[in-house]
Design a protein around this ligand. Structure first.
Ligand code: 3PG
Ligand code: CO
Length: 555
């Protein structure tokens, strides 16, 4: 029968202390002025790259290598950390929703049947991120869902939009709203009462994560449920255009607004008897709103009114909490992750990041599972992130604090694996502020140094890698790699992730002689890292894991 026991690695010892560093948003790209990692002073990462060629390589971090629908899908932290921790490639949310919509299975599922119960007398509300970024949601999926829901009986539909500018170019929100308005107009021609009801920028309204700032979710609640917001407009296209202009907000930070009718009355507050679907497939930024929509007992903010609704997520966002209890598509079932195996095999683990990435190196790493496998074997530490600021204001973030926690954990010799995520390249890269991103990259590099120095002291091993690209390319480019200019002749800033591969480096005094990267897995990706790490802890990986990146040659 099944056993958690991993076979011993024939050549590699157990018991070494391994530092596992994930640089968030740190890809490898051509060195030019828009590559903040190249421009920044990053001596530690540079030395890894310039070191022994058999101890540094690139791995794929986008597209099919991480379970996304196409090779045009940039990587992201959810799928990246899933792959790093699970050691196998799972079809991810984006893909599962595509299947469900294409086959029509979504409309036969329990989740859809549940929301359909409200269609006769209630309104269907769709809340989510409006873009084609493909990280949290996709507009083409929303379009199919609108069509499918109306064909399946929804007579009154209200869409509550969150503008992006983070996984897509800033300013693109206007076009997406126009596209949606067009679709809704067509639905109205067919007799469906369909409109946009509210909106706001994703980083300011609704899409917080890991309970960093409940105010963000509250702003969304007020607009979506109560129909209250500081700005009122007759049309969403006008709202987005005007708010960008008047408040100088980028798409990510557009303030909340509601759409009102000719009498100034909000067109779509959420009331008793309505159905609500959050159409994002990705979990991290949906858990908080899901709690507010689902939990009877709730004390994170004053909801004022708690409507009796039928609520379903596009996916179930937290398998442990079973949240939400109704969903349209089943999430990938990621089981037997490396973290769970290692704990069963006596590997004591420490994990740390700051709030904005804490769940990445714990929840996503462990196959979308919260909490410990075995609290006597693990310790997870969350350092509170700054909240209420954009991260270009404080680009060093908590890199030093994270590194010091890791250093202390390493030097305590209580753990075999000390795992961190350093968020700087990603979180500051998403702001599009090039100067700040350069500072961020330097800060992350310094944090890596603190951790590697500690590994040196205890005779340990390090693995340094990343989850996807971001800071290495800050400009939108044409097919031949030339920066694209906007109408005013300015470069178009790229706030999003990239399609670039990421580095992985191994080393440290505890690394057995003869360990090197194999050259027969040239297409290796993030999912190959788990088997590699298991080997470095002295174990063979399970046979269904993606192959290890390393071999041990006899010298
Ligand atoms: C976000 O949620 O901030 C971005 O859409 C994706 O960033 P992440 O995948 O690096 O978390
Ligand atoms: Co990111």
């Amino acid at each position: 029968g099944f056993s958690w026991k991993l076979p011993d690695h024939p050549k590699l010892p157990k018991g070494k202390i391994l530092g596992m560093v994930v640089l968030d948003g740190w890809g490898e790209a051509h060195p030019d002025q828009y590559n903040c990692i190249h421009v920044a002073d990053t001596p530690t990462m540079d030395s890894l790259k310039k070191g022994a060629p058999e101890k540094w390589r690139l791995v794929k971090a986008h597209g099919s290598a991480v379970g996304l629908p196409t090779e045009d899908d940039m990587g992201n932290s959810e799928v990246g950390h899933n792959a790093l921790g699970a050691g196998r490639i799972y079809a991810q949310g984006a893909k599962l929703v595509d299947f469900g919509l294409a086959s029509g299975k979504i409309y036969e599922g329990e989740g859809f049947k549940y929301i359909k119960e409200c269609f006769e007398t209630g309104t269907l509300h769709l809340i989510g991120l409006l873009s084609d970024g493909g990280v949290h949601s996709r507009i083409d999926q929303l379009q199919l869902l609108l069509k499918g829901a109306s064909e399946n009986g929804a007579k009154r539909i209200r869409v509550h939009i969150l503008t992006d500018g983070r996984d897509v170019l800033d300013g693109s929100s206007v076009g997406f709203v126009e596209t949606l308005e067009n679709d809704l107009a067509k639905l109205r021609e067919k007799g469906v009462d369909a409109q946009i009801a509210s909106g706001g920028g994703r980083m300011y309204v609704t899409m917080d994560r890991y309970e960093n700032d409940w105010e963000v979710v509250k702003r969304g609640w007020d607009a979506q449920v109560l129909g209250e917001a500081p700005y009122k407009f007759r049309s969403a296209v006008e709202a987005v255009k005007k708010l960008r202009e008047d408040t100088k907000a980028s798409d990510q930070y557009i303030p909340p607004f509601v759409i009102v009718d000719e009498n100034g009355k909000p067109v779509g507050p959420i009331v008793d008897g309505d159905a609500v679907v959050t159409f994002n497939f990705r979990a991290d930024r949906m858990v908080m709103i899901a709690k507010s929509l689902e939990y009877e007992d709730f004390d994170k903010f004053d909801r004022v009114r708690f409507p009796k609704i039928h609520y379903a997520g596009m996916l179930q966002y937290d398998g442990e909490l079973k949240l939400p209890s109704h969903y349209l598509v089943s999430p990938p079932e990621i089981e037997r992750t490396s973290g769970e195996y290692l704990v069963h095999n006596g590997v004591r683990t420490f994990a740390c990041s700051e709030t904005v990435k804490f769940g990445h190196v714990t929840f996503f790493w462990n196959g979308n599972r919260s909490g410990y496998f075995d609290p006597s074997m693990e310790e997870y530490v969350e350092i509170p992130s700054d909240s209420g600021i954009t991260f270009n204001v404080k680009p060093k973030m908590k890199a030093v604090e994270i590194a010091e926690k890791a250093r202390d954990a390493i030097l305590s010799r209580k753990f075999h694996q000390v795992r961190v995520n350093l968020p700087n390249g990603d979180m500051v890269g998403h702001t599009g502020d090039i100067e700040a991103t350069i500072v961020a990259c330097k800060a992350a590099d310094e944090a890596v140094k603190i951790i590697l120095d500690a590994i040196e002291q205890v005779g340990g091993i390090y693995v340094v890698t990343a989850d996807h690209g971001n800071a290495e390319d800050m400009v939108k480019r044409n097919k031949s790699g030339q920066p694209l200019l906007d109408k005013a002749g300015k470069i178009q800033i790229l706030t999003s992730h990239t399609l670039q591969p990421v580095p992985i480096a191994i080393g440290g005094p505890g690394l057995a002689a003869g360990v090197r990267f194999r050259n027969d897995v040239p297409g290796g990706g993030l999912a190959n890292v788990a088997a590699t790490v298991m080997n470095l802890h002295g174990f063979e990986a399970p046979s269904d894991y993606e192959p290890t990146l390393i071999e041990v040659i006899d010298n």
